[in-house]
Design a protein around this ligand. Structure first.
Ligand code: BG6
Length: 497
């Protein structure tokens, strides 16, 4: 059903996220008839333009971004609901004007005083915006309307700053008005981890330390830092990806079955998993965490690419890591002794996100012709992106008179069953927020627990600046130490070919 009447106010409407993700996501929602008739967007930014200019600018961007899904009829329905307001978002006058504009829109469009504020702005502005929204009364809910705020990442730069940001937001907003977004939670294949585990009876009995040897989570990117040098050079791979996206995957993989798909029940289980992650001691950081920075290199397509340090906006002597890998364990009955290896990096050989569940080997192989050293362990691979799907690798008899065993794959591809539904990944999240469903958003605690897990790594890395950067060539699998992280345990990263 369509979402309830509401106005979505986008702070940072002239920015990248608005044109690349938010308006295309609204387009897809509109196409699926999931936006109400009584809906309006108010884009807010410093740039001077009128409604018509904003509409035509967004039209071009949407056309470019939605590819084959473009249809003029859907666009005209959405387009006439787009408004724009010029304003400095750090000045109270802007918010007074916004109040007036919104009252007019409520009267004209029937948006009923329900407002979704989307903060598509740098994190340094989160505090000012919410304070000023509060000051003019825009965050106060009545019995008949709601006010919600979507906050983009990065949510702080460490545990202390995340706590401070939470405190600041809580000065104006109740926790249930705050929707902290992590776009990994918007991915169908990430949500499917829960569906795969909890809608099938045969998975859960195997999903534990008795049967699973270890888990690998890889978010590999072949792209470099592109135009985001100034941000990335202060963040680095660990902060940029691990406390948020990789821990989302770890949470869904590790959680106990929630009692219901209620947002509180799901979030409680995720928080329990994060609580169970064993914090690394400073000594363990030295052996269980690996960092790297790429130097120049050649990508598999033959493209020669410059070193990270030569990227625009990056310090030429930068010690920021562009690769991070961690070995984590959990202190609970399900996972005791099962390592979770996490890795992410820029300018790696390939662009993909996947989870590998490697099962324990059979206790004994009685086929005397089987070359046990050559036999691969059974593996379940959850392909998050691209080629979304699930693959099970296991041993099968190689035809012939001898009892030889080879590895074969059973493969499920989303596209074969469900086609390629166009999506930006923001559709579900925006729609859920309009409906007041926070299941796929992060609670204050979840964000803080994420930072707690990486805190000791941040501390040790800050205290011991790397001496060997750059330590991997662009177009490779990252620093050698990342391979050793598994090799030392008698294991290997799965390589895609
Ligand atoms: C963002 C990071 O949050 O996620 C980027 O800031 C990264 O550095 C991106 O490239 C990865 O997202 P996706 O959806 O392409 O895996």
């Amino acid at each position: 059903p369509p979402a309830p009447p509401n106005a979505m106010i986008i702070f940072g409407a002239a920015g990248d996220l608005t044109k690349r993700k938010l308006i295309p996501a609204l387009f897809h929602l509109c196409h699926g008839n999931l936006l109400p008739e009584t809906f309006a967007v108010v884009g807010l930014d410093r740039m001077e333009m009128d409604d018509a200019t904003f509409q035509s600018m967004m039209g071009e961007e949407v056309k470019r971004n939605v590819g084959n899904a473009w249809d003029a009829e859907t666009w005209s329905r959405l387009c006439e609901r787009l408004h724009y307001m010029t304003g400095n978002i750090t000045e109270e006058a802007t918010y007074i004007a916004l109040c007036e504009r919104l009252s007019g829109i409520d009267a004209e469009r029937g948006t009923d005083g329900n407002y979704l504020f989307y903060l598509a702005v740098p994190p340094s502005l989160f505090g000012d915006i919410t304070r000023l929204l509060g000051a003019v009364g825009l965050t106060a809910e009545s019995e008949n309307d709601w006010r919600r705020v979507i906050i983009e990442k990065p949510f702080g730069i460490d545990l202390d700053s995340a706590k401070a940001l939470n405190r600041m937001l809580h000065e104006t907003l109740d926790e249930d008005q705050i929707y902290r977004i992590d776009h990994y939670l918007g991915k169908e294949t990430v949500q499917n981890i829960m569906v795969f585990r909890f809608s099938n009876g045969f998975i859960e009995p195997l999903w534990n330390r008795q049967h699973i040897d270890h888990v690998q989570i890889t978010v590999a990117e072949s792209v470099g830092v592109e135009h985001r040098g100034p941000y990335y050079d202060t963040a680095g791979a660990l902060r940029d990806m691990i406390p948020n996206h990789l821990l989302v995957l770890l949470g869904f993989l590790g959680m106990e079955p929630p009692n219901s798909f209620d947002s509180q029940a799901v979030r409680d289980e995720i928080n329990k998993v994060l609580d169970a992650v064993h914090p690394l001691t400073p000594e363990q950081v030295l052996t269980n965490a690996v960092r790297g920075q790429y130097g120049e290199g050649v990508m598999p397509n033959g493209e020669k690419v410059p070193a990270y340090r030569s990227s625009p906006g990056v310090d030429p002597n930068s010690r920021t890591e562009t690769f991070a890998a961690l070995k984590l364990t959990m202190d609970n009955w399900r996972w005791a002794g099962v390592p979770f290896y996490l890795r992410t990096g820029k300018r790696l050989t390939a662009q993909y996100t996947e989870v590998v569940i490697q099962f324990k080997r059979a206790p004994k192989i009685m086929f005397k012709d089987a070359d046990t050293a050559q036999m691969n362990p059974d593996m379940l691979v959850l392909r998050i992106q691209p080629n979304e799907g699930i693959q099970m690798s296991f041993g099968a008899k190689i035809p012939g008179p001898r009892m030889r065993v080879g590895t074969v794959n059973m493969d499920f591809c989303y596209a074969d069953y469900f086609g390629n539904a166009p999506a930006t990944g923001y559709e579900t999240l925006i729609y859920d927020c309009m409906n007041g469903d926070a299941t796929l958003f992060k609670h204050a605690d979840t964000v803080e627990k994420g930072w707690e897990i990486v805190e000791s790594v941040q501390d040790v890395w800050a205290a011991m600046p790397p001496r060997d950067f750059p330590n991997y060539a662009a177009g490779t699998w990252g620093p050698a130490a990342a391979g050793d992280l598994l090799k030392n345990d008698g294991r290997l990263w799965r390589r895609i070919t």
